[in-house]
Write a protein that binds this ligand. Structure first.
Ligand code: HEC
Ligand code: HEC
Ligand code: HEC
Ligand code: HEC
Ligand code: HEC
Ligand code: HEC
Ligand code: HEC
Length: 494
């Protein structure tokens, strides 16, 4: 049912005016000269290959590559990064960096332009524009589409005249650069291993379809012996793809810990599972707060500033003693703790394995006797296996106890106690069995078989017995409690 309501004339005019205003806004947006006030993307009208090969790429290259119909997403993400925003013209004779450093064009052109501009020409020292645009990294043809080895990044992210934490050199000392060689040298190099051991496969795993859709030359079968690169800059950093804006330093995750655990978790690599819930984790300490944490003297030499050392190794003195952690007098204490934790870890795990081996020999001996009992043997074997598996798991972690000291030592102590208890149990069982046998022998010779059975029965199963006592006590306590309750209530409400 629809009701028609007569509107007052004034209201009608108002509504009409409102519609006219909307039309006006629409038309002005549509006709606006830049078309950029509200970005409207039309279907691509140009061939993507022509887009990159476009001869007028030199000056207006960035806008042509990205802002038009070709790669709007890459352009949008790239324009948020330091490569696009870190530098601008300050006045006609100076440039300014994002940290407010101001340098004259004379200095800039001779000392800085090589790494801080696009289209830099080695021979003439000239360049096209400030900042790092698309064509610095992308050739104007598909064949030299991009670089996955990190060689490109290292052209600039290397030591220069200025004291900078340039990442290339440090990273050469990180084990990550061996990731592909080590995989190839292993017993079972297969394609699924590649997602943590090669740059291309990791990108494919993180940003599905990216390699296949936009980079036609990459084979996505990821044969470990194929033409791929080990983990390098582009595995961890995405200079524009799927970059959410919240991701620090363009890494392929929302936080550095999230990035590390994409590979350092599960199966053979239980670092994450072990670290998760540790006191450091609960205190908000991330992987890179320890791994790679380092200090650098600033340009004026007045202050030490933190930076990420791309070796990703831990320098305990600097890492533990950082401000807000174990600074001041606590640094020595923390280093002492670290040493104690790691030494105790080595000693305790060695001791557990030794104990497990000894018990295994004992068990093997027991299994060879005619009084061996299957259930007992299984229980002892279980204790040995548990201990060995736990030690193996915690050793795979490689931090030697540090990643979760409380949990690790609690668990190790528990399996160690189980081993000791199992050994005591086996000793007792063996002793009793031998006792019984001795009695059996003497008894069988002199008396009847029925009595032998009685003798065996005399040996009390200690566990069920103590359980009986406990439940007896429990029920007794319960009854006593009930009676006391009744009496007290009666006394009170008499
Ligand atoms: C070999 C290449 C190279 C040269 C030459 C070079 N830089 Fe850099 N510069 C870099 C890289 C790479 C970074 C980014 C490193 C980082 O963030 O850790 C950087 C970062 C900076 C930063 C801090 C980031 C910012 O923009 O806020 C400043 C400031 C800077 N450079 C100034 C200079 C000046 C001034 C010169 C010339 C005197 C110069 N650089 C020469 C490669 C270079
Ligand atoms: C600092 C170097 C660098 C700059 C600058 C750069 N790229 Fe890339 N680009 C790469 C690398 C490396 C890859 C390989 C995949 C990856 O690392 O994400 C790539 C991949 C691509 C791809 C294919 C993969 C995808 O993301 O779908 C496109 C398209 C692309 N870039 C477009 C652009 C455009 C457009 C710009 C400029 C707005 C640009 N790039 C600026 C380094 C760069
Ligand atoms: C989930 C990610 C991931 C997968 C999948 C993966 N690895 Fe690894 N691999 C790692 C990490 C992380 C390390 C470094 C471990 C460490 O030192 O804590 C590593 C280290 C190695 C090493 C060097 C060992 C050493 O002690 O230096 C070899 C060899 C290796 N992996 C082989 C393989 C093989 C073979 C496969 C496939 C069957 C595989 N990996 C699959 C993440 C992975
Ligand atoms: C194993 C992963 C990984 C690899 C490989 C890697 N980085 Fe990083 N990088 C990071 C993380 C994590 C950060 C810090 C992110 C943050 O701000 O929390 C970072 C930060 C940076 C920064 C920002 C400045 C700073 O020091 O914090 C630059 C520049 C950088 N990396 C360049 C490179 C270059 C160049 C390479 C190759 C030589 C490279 N990275 C390889 C993980 C990696
Ligand atoms: C032509 C020189 C040049 C090349 C090539 C280059 N960079 Fe940079 N990069 C710079 C400069 C200069 C800065 C400083 C800008 C800043 O500090 O914000 C920088 C900053 C960065 C930052 C930190 C800035 C931010 O926004 O978080 C990362 C991460 C980075 N580069 C990664 C890479 C990777 C990965 C590659 C290779 C795919 C690469 N760069 C190639 C010059 C270069
Ligand atoms: C793309 C997968 C991947 C990511 C992401 C990654 N790693 Fe690794 N990492 C590996 C592999 C594979 C190795 C083993 C390399 C080898 O020795 O062959 C390794 C080795 C290491 C090692 C040396 C271990 C050893 O056996 O000596 C450290 C430390 C390390 N990574 C820390 C980090 C940290 C911290 C992060 C996060 C910033 C990180 N990794 C991110 C795959 C990754
Ligand atoms: C509180 C500091 C701290 C935190 C947080 C931390 N680690 Fe560690 N990590 C260490 C120390 C210390 C070692 C032992 C290094 C040694 O003895 O050389 C270690 C060892 C390692 C190793 C073996 C390194 C080698 O050279 O064999 C890997 C891999 C690793 N950590 C990865 C990670 C990852 C991934 C995270 C985050 C999930 C993380 N760590 C968090 C301090 C830390």
């Amino acid at each position: 049912m629809v009701y028609y309501v007569e509107m007052p004339q004034a209201r009608k005019t108002g509504v009409l005016g409102y519609y006219l205003l909307l039309c006006l806004i629409g038309v002005s947006v549509f006709l606006s000269p830049t078309g950029n006030i509200i970005p409207i993307h039309f279907e691509p009208t140009r061939d993507r290959i022509n887009c990159l090969a476009d001869p007028d790429m030199g000056g207006g290259g960035v806008t042509n590559c990205g802002n038009g119909p070709c790669h709007p997403n890459q352009y949008g993400n790239w324009s948020l990064t330091g490569h696009a925003t870190h530098i601008s013209q300050y006045n006609s004779s100076h440039v300014m960096f994002s940290d407010s450093t101001i340098v004259s064009y004379v200095t800039f052109d001779s000392d800085c332009a090589e790494c801080h501009t696009s289209g830099y020409d080695n021979n003439t020292g000239t360049y096209d524009s400030l900042g790092i645009n698309c064509l610095v990294c992308h050739d104007a043809s598909w064949s030299a589409w991009s670089d996955y080895s990190g060689a490109l990044c290292s052209q600039c992210h290397r030591p220069a005249g200025t004291a900078g934490p340039h990442q290339h050199l440090a990273f050469q000392n990180s084990d990550h650069v061996d990731s592909l060689n080590d995989l190839r040298a292993s017993v079972t190099p297969v394609a699924p291993c590649m997602r943590c051991h090669s740059t291309e496969s990791f990108i494919h795993y993180r940003n599905p379809g990216m390699l296949a859709d936009d980079t036609p030359n990459i084979d996505t079968n990821f044969d470990p012996f194929g033409d791929y690169n080990p983990i390098g800059c582009s595995a961890c950093h995405s200079v524009h793809a799927n970059w959410s804006g919240s991701s620090p330093s363009m890494i392929r995750a929302n936080s550095s810990a999230e990035l590390c655990i994409l590979c350092h978790s599960g199966g053979q690599y239980p670092v994450y599972e072990i670290w998760n819930g540790s006191s450091h984790h609960l205190a908000g300490v991330e992987c890179t707060d320890c791994h790679g944490y380092n200090l650098l003297l600033n340009e004026s030499g007045s202050n030490w500033v933190p930076f990420l050392n791309h070796t990703f190794s831990v320098d305990p003195e600097v890492a533990c003693g950082q401000q807000g952690c174990h600074d001041g007098g606590l640094a020595t204490w923390a280093l002492g703790q670290l040493e104690m934790i790691q030494d105790s870890f080595d000693a305790l795990t060695d001791e557990i394995l030794l104990e497990a081996d000894e018990l295994q020999d004992f068990l093997n001996e027991y299994n060879g006797t005619d009084y061996a009992n299957i259930t007992t043997a299984e229980q002892i074997q279980q204790a040995i296996d548990n201990a060995r598996n736990l030690v193996e798991r915690y050793r795979l972690d490689k931090s030697r106890g540090l990643h979760n000291q409380w949990q690790i030592f609690q668990d190790l102590n528990a399996v160690y106690n189980d081993l000791v208890a199992a050994e005591a149990h086996l000793t007792e069982v063996t002793f009793l069995a031998l006792e019984t046998e001795r009695v059996t022998v003497t008894v069988t010779v002199t008396k009847t078989v029925t009595e032998v059975v009685t003798v065996t029965k005399v040996v009390p199963p200690p566990e069920s017995d103590s359980r009986l006592v406990i439940s007896g006590l429990g029920i007794g306590g319960l009854l006593a409690g009930l009676a006391a309750g009744v009496i007290i209530t009666r006394l009170i409400y008499r």
